[in-house]
Design a protein around this ligand. Structure first.
Ligand SMILES: [Zn+2]
Ligand SMILES: [Zn+2]
Length: 101
């Protein structure tokens, strides 16, 4: 995935799986999955707390909030995608409500 890629790749790589919109303050979990910070907080139903655990909505891995890092690179990518004024990302099935494992 190191090739420049198409616009579509850029677009799809900038979309949060939880809200199906461009990332807002993107973070990456220990397992390498990315979400908006707000979406992840909402999904886990917890405010950020140093002791709180969270379950990755995608792979179900349990980890602590300490393992979640701000994804600067993704933030840049998302900004580029926004600046290019790409069309709205393709609608995807909403996760979350369906209880991913
Ligand atoms: Zn989101
Ligand atoms: Zn994961």
């Amino acid at each position: 995935m190191s090739s420049p890629g198409s616009m579509q790749e850029l677009q799809e790589g900038s979309v949060c799986p939880l809200c199906a919109c461009y990332f807002e303050d993107p973070v990456t979990t220990e397992c390498g999955h990315s979400y908006c910070r707000g979406c992840l907080v909402t999904h886990t139903g917890r405010k950020q707390s140093t002791s709180g655990q969270l379950i990755c909505p995608k792979c179900g891995r349990a980890m602590s909030w300490k393992g979640v890092t701000t994804d600067i690179q993704l933030g840049v990518t998302t900004r580029i995608a926004r600046r290019l004024n790409l069309p709205a990302p393709p609608k995807r099935k909403k996760f979350g409500a369906q209880g991913l494992q």
